[in-house]
Design a protein. Structure first.
Length: 263
């Protein structure tokens, strides 16, 4: 399938679509944070969402797994489709949405439990009947953390370094076997070495998962993503192949932002 990208500077993308926003407006107490946005997210790729502070990046990201449901006075108009299904249909279970579309937050947020319990928590409360030990080990392997923690699984997750904690949170999301992983500035609280570990991990994970990352770091967006979404004031300015967005943007405002003239 060729992805159609309405309201985008790029007409078609040569990739399978997995997530689609159609004329989406998201308002807080009547004030739009996302304004009539349409785009399609390609499968098994890394899509970066960039733009100045307050442009709606995190609001858009949270709408993809209905995390905005927890915020009072939020209204969504338009449609968000996951594999063709409307995520906001009354027939859709938001808990199942969040199982299939996992999220990693800006700051590492491990539970005050053991490393093992952090990863096993999601499957166990969702009725997983297989081997929790195998699921935990698999998830920690996928997060490239197993070799560092395999002999200390009963230690508190809070004893891990910041970078290890963030990889543990990724393992916790992977334990639910999602299809999409949302990352909201996952490296902003980390040192350069830990950031490099997370970026390397993202390259590994995109072979099996679709990743959408919000980042303020232009260098990071250029390094890790295949596609880039540029937002300003809640509106989609440009969406396309990352190399083209950063080197041959079609919109003047995009060029000004990625070259540091504002933002």
């Amino acid at each position: 399938m060729i992805i159609e990208t309405p309201n985008s500077s790029v007409g078609k993308l040569n990739a399978q679509e997995i997530l689609q926003a159609i004329n989406v407006t998201i308002s807080y107490s009547g004030n739009p944070a996302i304004d009539n946005l349409s785009l399609s997210v390609p499968e098994h790729q890394i899509t970066a969402v960039i733009g100045p502070s307050g442009c709606g990046k995190s609001t858009l990201l949270r709408s993809f797994n209905r995390m905005n449901d927890f915020i009072p006075d939020v209204e969504l108009k338009g449609r968000i489709l996951y594999m063709g299904e409307d995520l906001y249909s009354s027939e859709i279970d938001p808990v199942e949405v969040r199982r299939r579309i996992g999220m990693v937050f800006q700051k590492p947020n491990p539970f005050p439990k053991s490393i093992f319990q952090n990863v096993a928590w999601g499957p166990s409360i969702n009725g997983y009947t297989g081997s929790l030990e195998e699921r935990v080990e698999k998830s920690l392997h996928q997060a490239v953390l197993w070799d560092e923690v395999k002999d200390r699984l009963q230690d508190s997750a809070l004893e891990l370094s910041g970078g290890q904690q963030q990889r543990l949170c990724i393992a916790r999301a992977l334990a639910m076997e999602p299809e999409i992983i949302l990352m909201d500035e996952p490296c902003s609280a980390l040192d350069p070495i830990s950031t490099a570990h997370i970026e390397d991990l993202m390259f590994e994970l995109k072979q099996r998962y679709t990743i959408i990352i919000v980042t303020h770091n232009m260098q990071q967006a250029a390094r890790v993503s295949d596609f880039t979404v540029f937002l300003e004031n809640g509106r989609l300015v440009e969406f396309g192949n990352t190399q083209e967005v950063f080197t041959r943007p079609k919109e003047k405002r995009t060029e000004e932002y990625v070259t540091g003239r504002f933002g």
